[in-house]
Design a protein around this ligand. Structure first.
Ligand SMILES: [Zn+2]
Length: 225
C-alpha cells in the first residue's frame, strides 16, 4: 500500500500502456517525475519514447473528450479502441468505464442481464480500487460508484431469488448494506435538488429495504420444516 502513496508510483499506475513487443507487459515510465523519460515494459524491457506514446495518447484523449457520453455503443467501442493501446487501469480506460457504469442498466436497450451485470460490477470494482489510490476517503465519485455496484448486487439478488440458498442471499444483502452505508456517508453533504442528493435518498431507502428483506429471509429460513 505504501508503494502507491508515492506520487511516482501513482503516475505509472494510471498511465500504463500496452507493450506491443511482448503483448503482455505494462509499458511504464522509467522516471515518472519526468515528462520526457522513455517508457519500458515491466515484462520484456522493450522501451518506447514518450514522444511516440504522446502521439497515441493525444489521439485517444481527443476521442475520449469528443465521445457522446450518453451513447453506450460509442463509449464501449471507444473503450475497446483504447484497450488496444493502454492498460485497463489507465486513466483513459477508467474514464470511459466510469461512463459505462452509469449507463449499463439505466439506458433504454441496456437492461442488465447476467453478462452485462458482471461487466458493470467489474468496472465498479476497478474504479473503486483506483479511487482508493488517487482519491481515498468519502468522495462523491466513490458514493455514486458504490450505488451502482449495489444496483448490480440487487439485480443478482432478484435473479437468484427462487433458486438459491437463502444464506447466500442474506450474505449478499449484507454486503449491499455495507456498501449503501458507505455510499450514504460519501454523499452526506450533497445539496438537496442535486442528482447526488437524490441518489443518497434512494440509497437510504434501499438500506431500509435490504434490512427488511434480510429479516424476511431469516424468518422464512426459521419457519421452514
Ligand atoms: Zn513487453
Amino acid at each position: 500500500m505504501l508503494l502507491f502513496l508515492d506520487p511516482a508510483e501513482l503516475g505509472t499506475y494510471l498511465d500504463a500502456f500496452n507493450c506491443k513487443s511482448c503483448g503482455d507487459g505494462n509499458l511504464i515510465s522509467t522516471d515518472p517525475l519526468s515528462y520526457t523519460a522513455e517508457y519500458a515494459c515491466d515484462e520484456c524491457h522493450a522501451s518506447v519514447s514518450r514522444a511516440d506514446l504522446d502521439t497515441v495518447e493525444d489521439d485517444l484523449v481527443e476521442k475520449v473528450e469528443a465521445v457522446d457520453t450518453s451513447d453506450v455503443e460509442a463509449v464501449a467501442a471507444l473503450l475497446n479502441e483504447c484497450l488496444e493501446h493502454v492498460r485497463p487501469t489507465n486513466y483513459l480506460a477508467l474514464s470511459l468505464k466510469r461512463h459505462l457504469v452509469h449507463l449499463y442498466g439505466r439506458t433504454p436497450g441496456w437492461r442488465l442481464n447476467e453478462a452485462l451485470a458482471e461487466r458493470k460490477a467489474g468496472f465498479c470494482r476497478e474504479l473503486l480500487s483506483a479511487f482508493d489510490v488517487v482519491a481515498p476517503g468519502l468522495t462523491k465519485e466513490r458514493g455514486l460508484t458504490l450505488f451502482e455496484l449495489v444496483s448490480v448486487k440487487l439485480f443478482t439478488f432478484a435473479s437468484n431469488n427462487n433458486n438459491n440458498n437463502s444464506d447466500d442471499q442474506v450474505d449478499l444483502l449484507k454486503t449491499c448494506l455495507v456498501d449503501l452505508k458507505d455510499a450514504v456517508a460519501c454523499l452526506e453533504n450533497e445539496r438537496p435538488g442535486t442528482f447526488e442528493h437524490m441518489v443518497r435518498l434512494t440509497a437510504e431507502k434501499q438500506m431500509e429495504q435490504c434490512g427488511e428483506l434480510i429479516e424476511v429471509l431469516k424468518f422464512a429460513q426459521f419457519s421452514q420444516p
